[in-house]
Design a protein around this ligand. Sequence first.
Ligand code: M6R
Length: 363
Amino acid sequence: EKQGFRHYMLKEIHEQPGVVRAGLASFVNEADRINLKLPDRILDQIQNVQILACGTSWHAALVGKYLLEQLVHIPTSVQYASEYRYAPPPNLPNTLVIGVTQSGETADTLAALDLAKSRGDRCLGITNRPESSIGRIADSILDTQAGIEIGVAATKTFMAQLLMFYLLALDLADRHQTMPPDAIKDMVIGLRQLPAHMERILESQERYIEQLAHSFTHTRDFIYLGRGVNFPIALEGALKLKEISYIHAEGYPAGEMKHGPIALLDEDVPVVAIATPGKVYEKVLSNAQEAKARDAQLIGVAPLEDPVANETFDHLLPVPIVDEILSPMLTVIPLQLMAYQIAAHRGLDVDQPRNLAKSVTVE
Ligand code: M6R
């Protein structure tokens, strides 16, 4: 069942290149044209998007917001489903509401989507379980093609949700003509190249991360920093570590550090920074250097090729350089591996962490 892997989580981390290939095969044709197989009444004339989700799916939604706002210029809000259901934002015309849930059974997400539906919004569900309850509530379902996930910590389903947001944003960018067709095609080609990059990360880093994990067996707190499209990945890295290793971890937008959290830093609080070339690269590196000046151990998810990154970080988890906007699909992988290895070293039940269930079917 685990095909030689020690845990389902590790197996599912390794399934991610295949999941991306499957998603692309389902929704992109040979001429690199996207077809999400959704009715036009779902995607036409959208003026606003509201995304409802919990946990890791909420992090995928934050990447989705970045894409929809930056590539399609559609105002997008991301709500915790448990908050939306008791305090929905004002009802706006031509709003697409998207519920994102791996299991399709999360009680808060279902109730929130049901509320959106009763308010007359069109509702799209993004899930890898189209046969689940969300299939009955949403007007349409986008099946992420990730299949069933067994480890409680979401990994491959997160990756598949990310891919759906890229494809959705590019499809809408085409409809709204906010990107030239060539730029859309280039990004699709960039997406096609990701699985091979992912395989390289998995092959080249597993041993190193396993060894690195030894040094953090007794660490009590971690800080994760990211900016822009990688801010949600900082949140996701911190959540993965918390839920399976029981180490306290916080994700912050790197620029917020100096507004309080920097007071937490000393030699006992390692900082993980996601720094990929693009708009905010130098900013993140300088935020990381500020952390280093407080004696924090620095771990960088950054390109191998850059001497500045090499010099800045005590430990480098290298990722290949790709278009910045596509980088989350790579930067999350070393963070998943690190959380996994630290938890495994601590001898914890990685696939079934304490107090957690795969689907949270109660409010
Ligand atoms: O099934 P869902 O995607 O709706 O689940 C939402 C959260 O419960 C889930 O992502 C949770 O945070 C995971 N254990 C994260 O790894």
